[in-house]
Design a protein around this ligand. Sequence first.
Ligand code: NAD
Length: 346
Amino acid sequence: MKVAVFSTKVYDKKFLEIANINQQYEFAFFDPHLNKDTAILAAGCPAVCIFVNDEADATTLETLAANGTSLLALRCAGFNNVDLKAAAKLCITVVRVPAYSPQSVAEHTIAMILCLNRKIHRAYNRVREGNFSLDGLMGFDMRDRTVGIIGTGKIGVIVSQILKGFGCKLLAYDVYRNPEVEALGAKYVELPELFANSDIISLHCPLMPETHHLINSDAIAQMKPGVMLINTSRGALINAKAVTRGLKSGKIGWLGLDVYEKESDLFFEDLSGTIIQDDVFLRLTTFHNVLITGHQAFFTEDAVSNIAETTLTNITEVLQGVSCVNEVKAEPKTLSQTSTISSPVA
Ligand code: NAD
């Protein structure tokens, strides 16, 4: 059975081939993203495997379906890049990897907070140039700082656990309360209260119409002066222009991004030596108090190995007609797929 793998990197190939040792899949590896122009490459492949920046919109899915694809296997958790209604209409089953390693993303989130706080990115460069001055490198103790966690699912809960270990106070916002987070002493509040009282705000909710540009000018205006904002979830949770204005005015004191709204033109590629055209992104890179990583929060050996194994298990289950717990259906969307939910937030 042939599986077309889009946006293939060396590590995807390596870990999928390892996971395939006891299976019989024939992979067709493609470097480009899946989109309406490249979908034809998958002709004759019943399964198509994609990642975060592939575009499975209605037109792309129509081309896939017309050429024999009936299964779309995401090797990631988020599925904001798939038109689920179109997939259902075309009888394309969509599966994902919901929890390959929430630790990997949570730990990267903490790495970003600590790096920005203690200015490790600046210290690294200074020391290499023989500059041992501490001017401008002062940080703050994490103990007793208030951290607002938006989205308390699998990743949000681990971030909360680690921060609890630092002695932070936790505020949380989610459309559902997570008892594990409440057990850590976190207080669920509405967004305005979280914005107004958090020294650090970390985003861990999915991207969907309700959360698109959740962090906009209005939200930033409600935040504490000098707030630290961290986004390791999805780029479009943040309006990058509004955040840039917040950085220029000093309202935002630190910004850590592992994701960016227009990242599909940039991330995962070596663009050194080319002229980057995205002025909004380039402006962000000019601030000394901004740390950007190129969607690498998931990138641990454990996570990439889990992704490959779960992806092949998902494909096998769907092919064998066994019910696949990782199937993503058009309705009722994200909330029903959240394993940690308990009672709705009032
Ligand atoms: P999850 O489904 O376990 O948790 C998401 C939480 O967000 C749930 O508790 C859900 O109730 C909540 N939520 C839903 N709608 C909300 C809203 N409107 N406002 C606030 N909260 C809302 O997902 P997870 O595994 O914790 O992953 C979180 C996000 O992290 C994913 O959606 C994905 O976009 C992102 N992610 C990023 C990377 C990376 O490498 N940077 C890797 C994996 C996942």
